[in-house]
Every structure is written in C-alpha cells, then in structure tokens.
Design a protein around this ligand. Sequence first.
Ligand SMILES: Cc1cc2nc3c(=O)[nH]c(=O)nc-3n(C[C@H](O)[C@H](O)[C@H](O)COP(=O)(O)OP(=O)(O)OC[C@H]3O[C@@H](n4cnc5c(N)ncnc54)[C@H](O)[C@@H]3O)c2cc1C
Length: 638
Amino acid sequence: MRPLDPRVPSGPIELKWDKHRFEMKLVNPANKRKYTVLMVGSGLAGASAAATLSELGYNVKCFFFHDSPRRAHSIAAQGGINAAKNYRNDGDSIYRLFYDTVKGGDFRSREANVYRLAQTSVEIIDQCVAQGVPFAREYGGLLANRSFGGAQVSRTFYARGQTGQQLLLGAYQQLEKEVARGGVTVYPRTEMLDLIVVDGQARGIVTRDMVTGKISSHLGDAVVLGTGGYGNVFYLSTNAKGCNATAIWRAHKRGAAFANPCFTQIHPTCIPVSGEYQSKLTLMSESLRNDGRVWVPKKQGDKRRPDQIPEGERDYFLERKYPSFGNLAPRDIASRAAKEACDQGLGVGERGLGVYLDFGDAIKRLGDQTIRERYGNLFEMYQRITDENPFEAPMRIYPAVHYTMGGLWVDYNLMSTIPGLHVIGEANFSDHGANRLGASALMQGLADGYFVLPATIGDYLASSKPDRLDTSHPDVRRVEADVSDQTRKLLSIKGKRTVDSFHRELGKLMWDYCGMARNAAGLQTALRLIPELRAEFWRDVNVPGSDAELNQALEKAGRVADFLELGELMCVDALHREESCGGHFREEYQTEDGEALRNDDLFAYVAAWEYTGPGQPEHLHREPLAFEHVALAQRSYK
Ligand SMILES: Cc1cc2nc3c(=O)[nH]c(=O)nc-3n(C[C@H](O)[C@H](O)[C@H](O)COP(=O)(O)OP(=O)(O)OC[C@H]3O[C@@H](n4cnc5c(N)ncnc54)[C@H](O)[C@@H]3O)c2cc1C
C-alpha cells in the first residue's frame, strides 16, 4: 500500500489552501477533454463533482445505481447546510466554524482539512444561490439561518425541511446541462462491483447493468467514488434502504485504506423502533431542537399522558446537564443522555425506549403558524408515521444510526492510498473526526464536489500522465472474472435463509455490541459471532432468480456479503481504540459524569486499515493528528 502521507501543505493554516492551489500542477484547458474521469455516485458529492469537472472540460462518465440522480440518498437531508457567512452578526467566522468542527469531532480530524472546509463553506452558499436553490429568507430578503447542535451561533442555511432535496435539484440541473452539452455521460441503474487497478493506479471499474445483468468494464484516467455512507450495516438506520458499502469496500480490498471504520453517528432525534419487522428508521431533523425541548418524567415507569405530568415532575435533562448548549448539545452527547435516561427506566412509549421532544412552549411563545412555517413537513411526516399530532402531544424520539464518519482514507487532495482513486462526500473518512456536527455533511459533500476535487484532480492527471489502456488488458479481464464468479457463487448456494434475515441478524449484532455504547467483552463476542454468521451466509443464503435480469435479491446479497466483512472490521477498530471519543463510546473509558474520555497520548491518530487478503487480519497504519490551533481539551458543553 502507498505510505500514508496526508500531503498537508505547509504554511499558516488560513493560507494553506490558496498556496496549495497555486502550487498544484494544472492541466491545460485544451488538454482536459483528453482525460476521462469515472465518477461513481450522483448524490450531492457526485453530481456536484461530475458537473463541475465537465464544466472544466474533462470528459466525465457518471455511474449510479438509482434510476435518476435525483433519487440519491442526499435527497433525504432535511435540516440544513452550515456556512460561516455570519449573516446574523452573532459572532460567527471561518475560524469559529473550524473550531466548532474540530471540537465537535472530539479532536480526531485533520485540522488543515477542516479549516479548508470552513473557508469553502462560504462559497458553497453563493454557488447554490446562483443556481436558484430556494433557501429560506428573512423578511428583508437576506438568507435565513437557524442553529444546529454543537454551535452557539446560527449558521445553518435551510429550505424548510427539504434542504438536501433542493440542493440536489441544484446540482442535478448543472449535471443535466453538462449531459446535454455532451461533457457527461450518465449510466443509471448501473452498480459498480469492483475497481480496476493497473500498475498500481486506479484505471477503471467493473459494473453490472441492473436491468439486463450485463457485466462491463469502463476505463478512464482517474476514478472518483462519491458513493455515500455505510450506516446500513446496522440494518436499521435513517439511511435510504439502498445505501451500501459495496463500492468503497471493494476498493478497500483492492488497496484503499479504510479509516476509522468504527466512527458511527447515532442521531438523537429519530422516531423510535416500533416492532420486530421494521426495516427502516425515520429521522426527525435536528433543526427541531431549536424549538423543541427534550424531557422525560422524573419518576420511573410514569405512565401518565405527557400533558398530565406537571412541569415540576419533568426532567429537561439536556438543559439540566448542558446549560450552555441545552437542547442543542451535539449529537453524540444528546444521544447518550437519552439512552442513559431510558436505561434508568425513565423512557416513554410502549417499549420505554423514547424521550419527549416537546413543542408546547414554542407553540405558546411563537404561535402555531410560525412553527408550521419552520417545520411543517416534518410535523406532517411524524403524524403520518405515528398517527400522533405533534401540535397536540410531544413527539417521541430515540437515537438511531444515521451517518458514518469513517470511510476510505484520503489525503489533503482527496486521493486514497490507491493513486488515481479519489473519494468524496460521506464515502471518505472526511473532516468530521469522531462525531459530525449537524448540517456539516452537506457542506462537506458540496465542498468536495464543487471546489476541492475539481482543483486537486488536475494535479494528479498532470503529474501521472496515465497510459492508454483497453479492456483486453489481463488485469481488467481478471477483475471482470472475479465479479462474474462472485455473482455465480451467490446464485448457486440455493440455501434456506433470505438475504434480509442475515442482514437483520448482523444489524442486531452491530447495534448490541458496536452501537451507541461498546465494551471489550461485547466487541469480542461480536468478533466471534460475525465470522460464524458470514460462514453461514455463504453456506445457506437463498438468492432466487438469475443474473441476466433485474434481480434485487442478487443486488442485496452482494451488498450484505460486503457488510458482513465491513462489520467485522468496525468491531476490530472499535476494540483497538481503547478510549472514548465522539460517537465511539467505550464504556470502560468515561469520566465520572459519564462523558467520553479520550486518550490523546495513545490514540490521537487516524486508524487506517489495510486489507491483507481473505481471512487475514487487517494491518493498522496510523496517521498522527497534530492540534496546533484548537488546543486539545476535554470537550465541554456545560
Ligand atoms: C435522513 C437523513 C437526513 C439528513 N439530513 C442532513 C442535513 O440536514 N444536513 C446535512 O449536512 N446532512 C444531512 N444528512 C447527511 C447527508 O444527507 C449525507 O451525508 C449526504 O447526503 C451524503 O451525500 P453523498 O453524495 O456522499 O452520498 P449519497 O447521496 O448517498 O449518494 C450516493 C450515490 O452513489 C451511488 N452509488 C452508491 N454505491 C454505488 C455503486 N456501488 N455503484 C454505483 N453507484 C453507487 C448512488 O446511486 C448515489 O447516486 C442526513 C442524512 C440522513 C440519513
């Protein structure tokens, strides 16, 4: 594997990105069309990057398994996107966004990347406004802002509860314009099943046409993965059902290091699980915590209706424990506090796994109409799912898996350990450390796609000058054969258990042993059970149908096979990291007040895992993290 070199430019942090852009090699405008970039993914990261690279003059091929780019999971993002515009004049700045993000990530991210992210955030909003994204506005016309967790300023731009959808429509318009111009060719319903590496460089992908089953190779000069996160390893999550890890996992097996796989975000405000047969969880946006107050009854097992519980008998536990940030404490902290309340028998709802999110005070203060304007579609969604009206009774919420901070390791240029393979959006290990702040994923995906990758990929292309290659190359043929073999193998098992039953069982194992709280004994148990489950999968899975047709069971089987391997690596990573940080809460390492206790002497690094072959333990590489601008400190939101 290429040595882990983050390639962070020298110089003062606020000048690094400018200096780097000046120092990087450029591709002459007339030469750009000679290069082909294979973009996998058409979510906010992929669509923005594909459109921008094409605008720059590169020849782009964009692959996605959805039928339209507009169905990418990014469309589900509700609450908003952060940017250090300081429109509210409430003390925000690039430096403050940088500081909040490093601290919010519990000091496990790379300072230089985060600073660049904060700088770029300002440009993203201008770009999106120019595209016509209908952000909410104040009466005077200025873009409106609201607050999200982990910040004491209002810097979140939003379009009601549909921010991701509106941003994706903006990126999609740009993409379609480039498709019409001939700069981008799109390949819908096409799933990348492997990466082609020739002479150590990423040169192509092998795909399956999901309608006809045809396996094909596509070659180019660089490959970019914008394939989203892997939260669905837990089976139940707020992610769209289609989200999966296949693209990044198979690239990992071809040599791309996987960074911090165990860093998972559990979001505090989701609709609680209601039964054994549920296949999906629903997020209630964090923006609701601007006006909603989180509480549980003070008395264990209190079965009274919420309106019958007087003020004095309610525990507004976030406001009590974290008076400075209150209901807007960061996600990891708010989630753990809710779990703690439920573990103490104070939870509400039939299963006792829920806490109230109450808008009673806000409705009294601001009126129905204002609340409806701010959160109308979220309230409606809650009512449709639960049949309860949040204008009349508090919502019930509980934490759920939501986002993965881990992903493929990338350097400052967003290039993985395989030269030529770039990774953007949620698919990379990103800038969020051990905990992502609300509204920062959209910011990062669009920073990567609109601004960072378009600047850095030229440096790679100009420096590496890839040779011509055709699909008859033996390395290409070998990868194609591997893909066909795996497909045949899955279809030939003809066992008794459905793919979903394996996925559900894996998800439960992951939640129980590598979820909101982890400990060594539990992780060791998971590390014994997951390989057993994987072996059973390859013995007894039942994948009906054939490979020459639309076959969703076959698609799922491939994805679950990858989850069964990735899940194990997540547990290995969680076990090796003998500290608590952000979303990684090891029960053995906590302060007296039950907060995460980091060990900066031993673990202030990015853990980047190298695949070493089937059945072999992965090899750990460490990228040390230095904190020169935000002093390492115990996080406090009190
Ligand atoms: C319910 C919900 C609400 C959220 N709200 C917010 C919010 O308000 N603010 C915020 O900042 N963040 C939010 N997030 C997080 C944010 O939405 C995601 O992190 C972000 O949209 C990911 O974008 P992406 O482009 O990286 O990936 P995605 O949008 O997931 O796109 C992945 C793309 O890759 C393609 N793909 C994947 N695998 C393959 C393959 N093997 N072959 C071919 N194509 C493939 C898919 O077809 C798709 O086009 C939310 C997340 C959830 C779950």
